[in-house]
Design a protein around this ligand. Structure first.
Ligand code: PNS
Length: 164
């Protein structure tokens, strides 16, 4: 059985992430999407909410599982008995950071390799950060994220506005 992990923040997952997940699922027997529980970043969605969003939008892909993780991606890969870390590459601006991370991971664990999938052209501009910013100014984000995510982002932002 070939298994890969796809780690990330997914705050929230976009059509770009979904594109990478679907393509990775076609290449491996099993893909485990790892949602980083990171106490340093302050995400819009809790790790449980991000896991729930991913479970919802990948529910129709049988060989994809969603799991929260903390600590190093290479350790998460080992715990999952995966030898491959999948990352999406959008543009040259991603490359330096991704190369540094892949090389660091390779030194941390020679058993785990990083495999890059280039993001499909129609999603090359897309990021969770711009989606959140656009939504916070009331823009329609339905071209960027699945309907379920649109509803979750709108509910989250309206809850935050009510608390102000
Ligand atoms: O979606 P992101 O924020 O670009 O994902 C980044 C992520 C989660 C893949 C990266 O920050 C990560 O692997 N974090 C866990 C700690 C780690 O393993 N860092 C790399 C080696 S120091």
């Amino acid at each position: 059985m070939t298994r890969a992990i796809y780690p990330g923040s997914f705050d929230p997952a976009t059509y770009g992430h979904l594109d990478i997940i679907k393509r990775a699922a076609a290449l491996f027997d099993e893909v485990i999407v790892g949602v980083l529980n990171n106490s340093v970043k302050s995400p819009l969605f809790s790790v449980e909410e991000r896991v729930n969003i991913l479970e919802n939008i990948t529910g129709d892909i049988p060989n994809v599982k969603i799991q929260a993780f903390g600590g190093l991606s290479v350790n998460f890969a080992k715990n999952c008995e995966a030898k491959v870390i999948i990352r999406g590459l959008r543009a040259i601006t991603d490359f330096e950071y991704e190369l540094q991370m892949a090389q660091t991971n390779r030194i941390l664990s020679t058993d785990v390799d990083t495999m890059f999938l280039t993001t499909s052209l129609q999603y090359a501009y897309l990021s969770s950060t711009t989606v959140k910013e656009a939504a916070s100014f009331g823009a329609d984000i339905s071209k960027f994220v699945p309907d379920y995510v649109v509803r979750q982002v709108e509910a989250k932002l309206s809850g935050m506005n009510h608390r102000k």
